[in-house]
Design a protein. Structure first.
Length: 312
């Protein structure tokens, strides 16, 4: 299965499950895949930035990717392959694609400063991994300090046919989506699926600006899926109502530095992860933070029964 040129819906970013001792919990990876399949995900991304990919050895990265590709065989699975150099990127790409991955996701290194440097980097990345491998551009300036203008994205899309999706995480970024969609309508840019990240913080209006869905890791991906489906059915206010109910928890989970810790805690509370552990270096949630998350869950449960979880 290859990453479709008309990708849409929700591609959850899967965390890498660990036990408290730092070993990989493959059974929890299976549960996550089964959950994503059951709640209507249209794809899946593994080894993303919040999949703790940088903490994995190469063989571990391959093992995690293969486990999820095989378990979620009905879905296109995108594997994050960002690396400091092209040799490890090429090696991981070729191994996961041979195992059935649908494509790869590539983030720009933070050393890029000019438009020509950014386009040149992706040109070299394609030369390294092969122009037959579908790839996703990750546009996340808050994390990578690389500013991609709409024109840069158009150049990448035009020059590199294997660019198959934009993971849009600019902030603010609504006008960027509008600009890209306007160019597509004018015929000056080919149609490129846009799935948004940032934990879905702006998903409601990003969908209205022309995004095709979400590619993020919020602990309630089933809510993101429902919001996208409501928007697709034209149920605008119902979509906003559901999104608004989750927004305080979305915001809390998106905090820099502890966001993944909160997400894993919530996925553990939902029974999907056997342990909320991150691989070291990591800091667990304090008792105060856990209390705040429980308070937010209680408030959310007034509006969404999915948040009514058994007492810890």
């Amino acid at each position: 299965m290859r990453l479709p040129a008309d990708a849409r819906g929700v591609y959850p970013i899967a965390p890498t499950p660990f036990f408290a001792d730092g070993s990989i919990d493959f059974e929890s990876a299976d549960r996550l895949c089964d959950f994503y399949l059951g709640c209507g995900a249209t794809g899946l991304t593994v080894l993303g930035q919040l999949g703790e990919a940088a903490k994995l050895e190469h063989d571990e990265s391959v093992a995690v990717a293969l486990r999820m590709v095989r378990r979620a065989a009905a879905l296109p699975v995108v594997v994050g392959v960002s690396a400091p150099g092209f040799a490890p990127m090429r090696r991981l790409t070729h191994e996961v694609m041979a195992a059935g991955a649908a494509g790869v996701m590539i983030a720009p290194p933070n050393t890029l400063r000019t438009d020509d440097q950014i386009v040149g980097y992706y040109r070299q990345a394609v030369q390294a991994i092969g122009d037959d491998v579908p790839f996703v551009v990750q546009d996340y300036p808050l994390a990578f300090s690389v500013q991609m203008s709409p024109e840069v994205i158009r150049r990448i899309t035009t020059e590199l046919p294997s660019c198959t999706m934009l993971k849009h995480e600019d902030w603010p970024g609504l006008e960027k989506i509008s600009t890209l969609r306007a160019w597509e309508r004018e015929g000056t840019m080919r149609r490129l699926p846009i799935l948004v990240g940032n934990n879905g913080l702006f998903l409601d209006y990003e969908l209205e600006r022309g995004a095709d869905g979400a590619n993020t890791g919020y602990a309630f991906p089933d809510m993101l899926i429902e919001v996208v489906q409501r928007m697709q059915r034209g149920e605008r206010e119902a979509a906003h109502d559901l999104f608004d109910a989750h927004l305080p928890l979305l915001r809390y989970e998106q905090q820099p530095g502890i966001g993944l810790t909160v997400r894993k805690f919530l996925l553990h509370r939902r029974g999907l992860l056997a342990s909320p552990a991150l691989r070291a270096p990591a800091s667990p949630l304090t008792a105060a933070a856990r209390g705040e998350v429980e308070h937010l869950l209680g408030r959310l449960a007034r509006h969404d029964p999915r948040a009514r979880l058994p007492a810890p």
